[in-house]
Design a protein around this ligand. Structure first.
Ligand code: ARG
Length: 389
C-alpha cells in the first residue's frame, strides 16, 4: 500500500480527507503542526487515530515559526495590501517543510493537504513541497473528491462514524496561529454586511472598551523585540503577552477584500494584536534610525517581500536574497518605542534610540537652531535647475 503523509488539523476537511485517502487505497500518516492555534494536540491525535490514521506525528513548531518565519517578516515590515500581516501565509511553508521531512523519514512518496482548489494555501503548500523535494507527489483530496458542500462532507463523516464535531454549526472558516487569526466565509461573503462581533476570536470589541489608554514601551535590539516596559521576554512570550494586551483593546482587527493569487477577490477579516503593535513600533523605530534613501527603498522591499510570502514563494532565491538585505537594514534598529493602545488603535507616541538620526538642533524652530538657512537658497537653486525652462 502506498503511504501518504497528510497535513492534518482535526477539522472536518482533513478528517474526511484522511478517510477518503484510505478508501483510495493509501495508508495515511497524519502530521499535525502546532503553530499556537490553541488546539489540544492529544485530542487531535486521538481523532486522527479514530479516523483510521496509521500513525500521527504532532510537532510543536511554535519556536521555529516565531524565529524563522515571523521574525524575518517583522524585520521586513511585510504587510499584504496594507492590511494583512500574513499569519496564515507564513505558517504554510513551515508546515510544508515538516511534511517533507516526515515523508523522508517514513519513506513515503506522497503528501496530502486539505486546502481547497481556489485558495492561496494550496499554492503555498505545493510550491514549497516541490521546491524542497521535486520527487514527492502531492494529493489534494478537496480538489478531487465528489463532495460539493460542507453538508455532504458531514453526511460522509456520519456514514463512516468519523470523529467530527457536527453538533456545533461552524459559521466561519478560521485559521489561527501565534501571529494572527484569519476568518472567512459565511456571512462575511456578503460585502454589504459589517462583520458580526461574534466572528472575532481573540480581540475584544474596541468600542466597548470605555477605560483609559494603555501605554507600552517596546524595546528592540537590532530589529528584534526584546522587552515590554523594561521587562525582558523570550520572543514567543512577548508575542503572547502582546496578543493578550492588544486583544483587550481590540487592536489589530482588519476587514479586507483582498486579491488572491488565483485571480479572485475575497473578503476576509483578520485579528493580529501582537503583530500590529510590533509592526507599527518596528517600522517607526526603523524610520528613526534610517536615512531617507534607505527608508524609502525599504518600503519597496517590504512590498515585494509581502508579495513573495503571500504568493507561496518563501523558499525562492529572491526571498532568500531579500532576507540578507533586510538583515543589513536592522543593524541600528535598537531602541524603545512607546505605543498607546486605545479603542482599537495602536499609535506610536514616543521614541528613543542611541542610533536616532533626529537632531533636535537641526529640526528646532527655537533659538538653539543650528541649521544654516543661508545654504538653503543654493540648494534649492541647484535642486530645481534641471526642471527650469
Ligand atoms: N486569506 C488568507 C491568506 O490567503 C487566509 C487564508 C485562510 N483563511 C481561513 N479563514 N481559513 O493567507
Amino acid at each position: 500500500m502506498s503511504k501518504v503523509i497528510l497535513a492534518y488539523s482535526g477539522g472536518l476537511d482533513t478528517t474526511c480527507a484522511l478517510h477518503w485517502l484510505k478508501q483510495q487505497g493509501y495508508s495515511v500518516v497524519c502530521f499535525m503542526a502546532d503553530l499556537g492555534q490553541g488546539h489540544d494536540a492529544a485530542i487531535v491525535k486521538e481523532k486522527a487515530l479514530a479516523a483510521g490514521a496509521l500513525k500521527v506525528y504532532v510537532k510543536d513548531l511554535r519556536e521555529e515559526f516565531i524565529q524563522d518565519f515571523v521574525l524575518p517578516s517583522l524585520k521586513a515590515n511585510a504587510i499584504y495590501e496594507g492590511k494583512y500581516l500574513l499569519a496564515t501565509a507564513l505558517g504554510r511553508p513551515l508546515i510544508a517543510k515538516h511534511l517533507v521531512d516526515i515523508a523522508h523519514r517514513e519513506k513515503a512518496k506522497f503528501v496530502a493537504h486539505g486546502s481547497t482548489g481556489k485558495g492561496n494555501d494550496q499554492v503555498r503548500f505545493e510550491v514549497s513541497v516541490k521546491i524542497l523535494d521535486p520527487q514527492l507527489e502531492i494529493i489534494a483530496p478537496v480538489r478531487i473528491w465528489q463532495f460539493k458542500s460542507r453538508e455532504e462532507e458531514i453526511e460522509y463523516a456520519k456514514k463512516y462514524n468519523l470523529p467530527v464535531d457536527v453538533t456545533k454549526k461552524k459559521p466561519y472558516s478560521i485559521d489561527e496561529n501565534l501571529w494572527g487569526v484569519s476568518i472567512e466565509a459565511g456571512i462575511l461573503e456578503n460585502l454589504s454586511v459589517e462583520p458580526p462581533e461574534s466572528a472575532y476570536q481573540i480581540t475584544k470589541n474596541p468600542s466597548a472598551h470605555a477605560g483609559f489608554p494603555r501605554y507600552l514601551d517596546i524595546y528592540f535590539q537590532k530589529g528584534v523585540p526584546k522587552k515590554i516596559d523594561a521587562r525582558a521576554y523570550k520572543l514567543i512570550d512577548l508575542i503572547k503577552e502582546l496578543n493578550n494586551l492588544g486583544g483587550l483593546y481590540g487592536i489589530g482587527r482588519t476587514d479586507v477584500v483582498e486579491n488572491r493569487l488565483v485571480g479572485i477577490k475575497s473578503r476576509e477579516i483578520y485579528e493580529a494584536p501582537a503583530a500590529t503593535i510590533l509592526y507599527s513600533a518596528h517600522k517607526d523605530l526603523e524610520g528613526l534610525v534610517s536615512d531617507r534613501m534607505m527608508q524609502h527603498f525599504k518600503e519597496m522591499i517590504s512590498l515585494k517581500y509581502s508579495e513573495l510570502v503571500y504568493d507561496g514563494l518563501w523558499y525562492s532565491p529572491l526571498k532568500e536574497a531579500l532576507d540578507k538585505f533586510v538583515d543589513a537594514t536592522q543593524k541600528n534598529v535598537t531602541g524603545s518605542i512607546k505605543v498607546k493602545l486605545f479603542k482599537g488603535s495602536c499609535t506610536v507616541v514616543a521614541r528613543k534610540s542611541s542610533f536616532s538620526l533626529y537632531k533636535k538642533e537641526m529640526a528646532t524652530y527655537g533659538k538653539e537652531d543650528k541649521f544654516d538657512k543661508k545654504l538653503a537658497k543654493g540648494f534649492i537653486e541647484i535642486w530645481g535647475m534641471p526642471y527650469r525652462k
